[in-house]
Design a protein around this ligand. Structure first.
Ligand code: ADE
Ligand code: ZN
Length: 340
């Protein structure tokens, strides 16, 4: 279906939830330059255009190097507020009603930015976004899996005073060589403290990491999970248990997990009974927000409006919202579809 048929507008107006979004990955070059100037941080790029020109990544690590470099401009609470508020404005414009947002505390504390500055800036923007834009949210604290388990445990402990703001802990950064087992004790402690758990798994790493995230980290959702498709046993387990997967199709293409959308297994994942959802991951770095991902799927797999609405329904069902809020959003989708 083409934009001329109006399906582009359909996607933009479709109420949806975003469940896989790194707040640091929403740092657009314009904001990066503004904050660099404000905070006296030297960026090794002449201009916004020169920075955008290097956003061509060979793999996950190539992206992560730039992503961690970009974080240097985030210094005070207002910076984290502005970053988060800017994302929420964009999310609102894209029809997002609810966002479950990752942040990487160690990416900041290791640069000397205190954890409370990070959390207070982000949560103030989330509260204002709820009030001013009607976008609800949850915060998920990720551990950098290429750092040690001890560092993750220390981070978990220092976050306990902020627990009312954090619904879950997650695991991100360089996957290969940093298996879920490394963080078993940290996740056990997080679960015992009442946090839900999620983990990036099967993005660049093997299907085995998906199974191990279920068995060893007690995760409620898998982030990415695309390489689970390489092992029928893992697929069967995910399908049987109805584990939601927060898939980020255009991220996978930008990071060369798949050559293009035609190669992406999204539709096959649906066809074998996996609970897939659509998400953007790091939209500022991949030049693709959530609606770009819905459009790319529609164009690659000829999804109808009814099928796109089903994907939006899945996003709310897989969220950490309570049941009555889920039902409210599902009714809104029904009304939207009926109005077409
Ligand atoms: N951190 C930010 N984006 C990420 C991704 N796609 N995979 C792993 N860690 C990340
Ligand atoms: Zn991610």
């Amino acid at each position: 279906m083409s934009e001329l048929t109006g399906s582009g507008d359909f996607i933009a107006g479709l109420p949806k939830a975003e469940l896989h979004l790194h707040i640091e990955g929403t740092l657009e070059p314009e904001l990066m330059f503004r904050l660099a100037e404000k905070n006296g941080v030297d960026l090794p790029y002449e201009s916004v255009e020169a920075l955008r020109a290097v956003y061509d990544f060979p793999n996950l690590q190539g992206f992560l190097d730039l992503y961690y470099g970009g974080m240097a401009v985030l210094v005070d609470g207002q910076d984290f507020y502005d970053l988060t508020r800017t994302y929420l404005e964009r999310a609102h414009a894209e029809g997002i009603r609810h966002a479950e947002i990752f942040f990487d505390p160690q990416g900041h504390t290791r640069r000397g930015v205190p954890l409370n500055v990070v959390i207070e800036g982000i949560t103030a923007a989330l509260a204002d976004g709820r009030q001013a834009l009607g976008v609800s949210s949850r915060l998920i604290m990720c551990f950098l899996r290429d750092l040690s388990a001890e560092n993750a445990m220390d981070t978990l402990e220092s976050a306990l005073p902020h627990r009312e703001h954090i619904v879950a802990v997650g695991l991100d950064s360089a996957e290969v060589g940093n298996p879920p087992a490394k963080f078993r004790e940290v996740f056990r402690r997080a679960l015992s403290e009442g946090f839900l758990t999620v983990a990036h798994a099967g993005e660049e790493g093997p299907a085995e990491y998906v199974m191990d995230s279920l068995d060893q980290l007690g995760v409620s959702r898998i982030d990415h999970g695309v390489r689970a498709m390489e092992d029928p046993k893992v697929v069967a387990r995910l399908a049987e248990e109805g584990v939601p997967l927060t898939v980020c199709p255009l991220s996978n293409v930008r990071l060369k997990v798949f050559e293009d959308m035609a190669e992406h297994p999204f539709k096959e994942m649906q066809d074998v009974g996996l609970r897939v959802t659509v998400n953007s991951d790091d939209p500022a770095y991949f030049a693709s927000y959530i609606n770009d991902n819905y459009r790319a799927l529609r164009d690659a797999f000829d999804y109808t409006e009814v099928e796109l609405a089903d994907l939006a329904r899945s996003s709310f069902k897989a969220s950490f919202l309570d049941e009555s809020d889920k039902q409210k959003h599902l009714r809104e989708i029904d009304t939207y579809l009926a109005s077409r």
